[in-house]
Design a protein around this ligand. Structure first.
Ligand SMILES: [Zn+2]
Ligand SMILES: [Zn+2]
Length: 295
C-alpha cells in the first residue's frame, strides 16, 4: 500500500476530468493520452458526457505510455423532476466497464440526446439559423449531441460571436432554442455508479452558484467533491477543500479539458490514495483488481 513516500505522492498529478471526441472534446482518446505523456501526468480519467465509448481506445493507448488510466464518465443530472430543473454533473470513476445497467442507461440517454439534437436544429432553423443537419450524424456517432456542440456550430456559422452569446441568446434554459432533455437525478446517478462498482463525485461545484448544494447532495451517497477545476481559481480552492472535509468527501481535481488546458488542474497522489481507499470500501469493488499504480 505504501510503496510511495509522501513526497512521491505529492509530486504525482492526475487530471481527473478530460473530454475527448467520444463526446464534445476535440482530441481523440489516443491524442489525449499522448498529450498526457508529453506533460508527464501520472494519470488521467477520461470523463466523456454520458458515454464510455472513448475508454477502450484510451486503454489501448496508455499501454504504450507511462500514463495510468482511470475509467471515468460525466453524467448530466437534474436537480429535480421539472423540465427546466438546474443541471448538475456527477463524475463517475473506477466502475466496471462491462456493467449492464450502466451501459443500458447510457444508451438510453444517448438516444434521447440524439433526438433532442434534431429538435434543437429544427427550432433554430425556424428562428432563421439553419445548421447543416449532417452535423447530427457526426454527433450521433460520437453519442453526444449537447448544447455545447450546437453553440460551437452557431459560432462557426456566424450567427453569434461566441459560445457565451449562443447560450445567453438562444440555448440557456428559457431561451427560444432551448429544448429540455431527459435527465438522471443525482440519487439515480450515484446508485447507478455504485451498482457498477464505481465512485460518484460532484463536478465543478462553483458552476452551480449555490454553496449549499454539496451539503444537500452529499446524503445521496456522493463520494467526492471536485475541488480543483478551472472555474474554481486557486483563491476559491480553500473554500471547496474545507467543504469536502466538513462533508466527509474525497477531494478530486481535473482540467475539464475540451480543447486545451490538459493537466492545468489535477489531484495529487495523496488525494488519489484517499479516493482509491474509498473505492475499496465499496462492496462491489472488493472482488476487483485494485488500480495498477498502487497508491
Ligand atoms: Zn460538467
Ligand atoms: Zn466536463
Amino acid at each position: 500500500m505504501l510503496r510511495y513516500n509522501k513526497e512521491d505522492l505529492r509530486q504525482m498529478r492526475f487530471d481527473m476530468h478530460v473530454h475527448t471526441t467520444a463526446s464534445d472534446g476535440v482530441f481523440s482518446p489516443t491524442e489525449i493520452v499522448r498529450q498526457a505523456q508529453a506533460l508527464r501526468l501520472t494519470g488521467l480519467a477520461i470523463t466523456d458526457h454520458d458515454t464510455l465509448d472513448g475508454l477502450a481506445e484510451a486503454q489501448a493507448a496508455v499501454k504504450e505510455s507511462s500514463v495510468s488510466l482511470v475509467y471515468g464518465v460525466e453524467l448530466n443530472c437534474s436537480l429535480g423532476p421539472e423540465e427546466d430543473a438546474p443541471e448538475v454533473h456527477v463524475l463517475g470513476y473506477f466502475f466496471d466497464l462491462e456493467n449492464a445497467a450502466l451501459n443500458a442507461k447510457l444508451r438510453q440517454l444517448q438516444e434521447h440526446r440524439r433526438l433532442r439534437g434534431q429538435k434543437m436544429l429544427a427550432v433554430l432553423a425556424e428562428l432563421g439559423m439553419p445548421l447543416d443537419a449532417a452535423i447530427l450524424n457526426d454527433y450521433a456517432e460520437s453519442g453526444s449531441v449537447g448544447r455545447g456542440m450546437i453553440a460551437r456550430k452557431l459560432v462557426e456559422a456566424g450567427y453569434v460571436q461566441d459560445k457565451k452569446e449562443a447560450f445567453a441568446k438562444w440555448l440557456d434554459v428559457g431561451k427560444p432554442g432551448y429544448v429540455p432533455r431527459l435527465h438522471l437525478t443525482v440519487a439515480e446517478a450515484v446508485q447507478l455508479l455504485h451498482g457498477a462498482g464505481g465512485l460518484a463525485v460532484l463536478a465543478h461545484p462553483a458552476q452551480y452558484h449555490n454553496d449549499a448544494l454539496p451539503a444537500q447532495l452529499a446524503p445521496f451517497g456522493l463520494d467526492g467533491l471536485e475541488c480543483r477545476h478551472p472555474d474554481q481559481p486557486p483563491e476559491l480552492q480553500p473554500r471547496y477543500l474545507q467543504m469536502a472535509a466538513q462533508l466527509g468527501l474525497a477531494v478530486t481535481g481535473g482540467s475539464d479539458c475540451h480543447t486545451e488546458g490538459l493537466g492545468a488542474y489535477t489531484m495529487n497522489g495523496e488525494e488519489m490514495r484517499e479516493l482509491v481507499q474509498r473505492w475499496l470500501r465499496l462492496p462491489q469493488a472488493r472482488e476487483r483488481k485494485r488500480p495498477l499504480w498502487g497508491v
